[in-house]
Design a protein around this ligand. Structure first.
Ligand code: 0WE
Length: 231
């Protein structure tokens, strides 16, 4: 019976969709935000497949768009308990060239979409969760924020900032019984993952070194997220 908002579904391979399926299986009522007309149809069809018609456009770089999305969702869901932030973007060339070449506007683009968006969403979620006596927020991070992973570059800087953002938000929201956590997934075969040069080789190397000798998929991540969300 928990009320959940999921931001970051692009298609059925998205980590956000793996989390959505798990939350649905555990009985949550779901709403979705999507970014851009290109993915609207995908997200509406996926939402419909689990009985949800609460799908609202939200541009994470636009405050007015975020205000509108949160007011639509608060109205449609009738409250909010769980928030899933599964949003990131860096220019493709910044994940290929040397990190040192990152330009100012592309640096801030990556930080804005991949990190500040969590602050912006948490601030809008706070009154809705407070009204229900508490809530829980989960975002997605990656090892490249802790160590220099070849090619991850400005996304690593954004994830380092995201990890810290998660902790400061937890400090602000904890007294209101709102928890904030991040799941650090390994490489997952998504739209974002697959378009990265050398992704397949990296996947093979990670699988070989891992205890289970395999990579995680969006459903593994979904189960970890659902636990942290206390779905
Ligand atoms: O966070 C990510 C990838 C996020 C991402 C992916 C893209 C591809 C398409 C952000 N922005 C874009 N922009 C695009 O235009 N991961 C954890 C997956 C990932 O990306 C890497 C990795 C791993 C793992 C890039 C280099 C090295 C490793």
């Amino acid at each position: 019976g928990k009320l959940a908002l999921i931001a970051g579904v692009a298609n059925r391979r998205s980590i956000a969709w793996g989390i959505a399926e798990e939350l649905h299986a555990q009985g949550a009522k779901l709403a979705f935000t999507y970014q851009g007309e290109r993915v609207e149809k995908n997200v509406r069809e996926l939402a419909a497949s689990i009985g949800s018609d609460l799908v609202v456009e939200m541009d994470a770089r636009d405050d007015a768009s975020m205000d509108n999305a949160f007011s639509e969702i608060a109205k449609g869901l009738g409250g909010l308990d769980l928030l899933v932030h599964s949003i990131a973007f860096a220019q493709a060339h910044d994940l290929q060239q040397r990190f040192i070449e990152t330009q100012r506007d592309d640096f801030w683009l990556a930080l804005d979409v991949s990190c500040y968006s969590l602050v912006a969403m948490a601030r809008r979620a706070e009154p809705l969760m407070e009204a229900r006596g508490g809530g829980s927020i989960v975002t997605m991070t990656y090892l490249g924020g802790e160590r220099a992973v070849p090619g991850y570059n400005v996304m690593g800087v954004a994830k380092a900032a995201l990890d810290s953002t998660m902790k400061y938000l937890a400090a602000d929201l904890g007294p209101k019984n709102i928890r904030v956590n991040a799941v650090s997934a390994g490489p997952v075969r998504t739209l974002a993952g697959r378009s990265i040069p050398g992704f397949t080789v990296m996947e093979e190397m990670v699988a070989e070194r891992s205890p289970l000798k395999r990579n995680v998929d969006a459903h593994d991540v979904g189960k970890a997220a659902a636990y942290l969300l206390d779905a």
